[in-house]
Design a protein around this ligand. Sequence first.
Ligand code: LCS
Length: 401
Amino acid sequence: MGDTTRHHPSTLVIHAGQHADPHTGAVSVPIYQTSTFAFRSADEGAARFLGADPGFIYTRLGNPTIQALETAIAELEGGAGALAAATGMAAVQTVYFALLEQGAHVVATDAVYGPSRLVLETEYRRFGVSATFVDSSDAANVARAMRPETRLVYVESPANPTMAVTDLAACAKIAHDHGALLCVDNTFASPLLQRPLDLGADVVLHSLTKFINGHSDVVGGVVTARDPELLTRLRKVHRNLGGTMDPHQAWLVLRGLKSLALRVERAQANAQRIAAFLEADPRVAWVRYPGLASHPQHELASRQMAGPGAVISFGVRGGFAAAKTMIESCRLATLAVSLGGIETLIEHPASMTHSALPRAEREAAGITDDLVRIAVGCEDERDLLADVDQALARAAAIAAP
Ligand code: LCS
């Protein structure tokens, strides 16, 4: 492909960063399964280390298969480049480590993925970094938490698992007014539904494990930024810290990426139907899905996102016992953590993904004991609705025996 940047996103997921192999014509990007690259001469090796020759050196520093994936993500997000990471958490770590120093302060969404919060509260605290966690769906809370030493505003939108939506343009302005940067974890939206760099964010990251790979068979992460200098800073830390990606992993994610638009479209349509079904069901106490008019930030989500995504959180009447029975009774939806896969997954955040957070912090962030998270996949919606219906019937039977 030539310049793909002017194509639509559903074309970009198939073509961005991907070229027929110049040596063989292979249409699929080859897996360059090598740790190191031979130099034709000592001078060439020296020039590569100097950056005067763009050739490859060593896979932790760069590899053609990984580079194809990085180019694709950068084009999809509108970044100057991207850094593929071993996991989503490795991507988070690259951002924190590159942008924070002793005495720095972070303002972050309270309902972020559990470890993204815990690593700040425990590990970074050891190095004198402090963090304030706020309900960022009200940007005034972010503004109030800013301090002179705030370096980073870290937002997940929609947030895991509350589905709270944050005004990214407002947060970018608040961050910049205070001399800080805005990083958005865009995992729940994917670049097809939300482009935070266009809204003023400085850094965007993903767990590629979720929608972008989409087949529940790879873990991975990625960081992208619009400013080349910022990207260079992130790249240096990323390569030297070592949380980089493997070529085979990159190839699998590239393969998953090609069907992203089809998968998101189908999963989102399924999710909209299931959310409406849950909302109308008396066995369900409440539903949070940005595609429902009842979502507190429905209007913002409609403006900021190209679609509401495919993750729903809801409360089962009868509390934890009923929620547990419901998730154990699903026959089609798999009881497993993770999201964004082609298959529907269901889990209980308070006892699983977010269980390491103290109860008081969890509840303050809206991660209550009755909350069930369903990450809707691409199955036939009739089968999914029937499955959810029968699982709720079992939960209702134990809630009111
Ligand atoms: N960011 C978000 C929003 C996530 O949901 C996750 C993982 C990560 C970052 C970390 O990515 P990883 O290292 O796992 O690739 N979320 C998970 C979840 O909700 N269930 O299992 C993992």
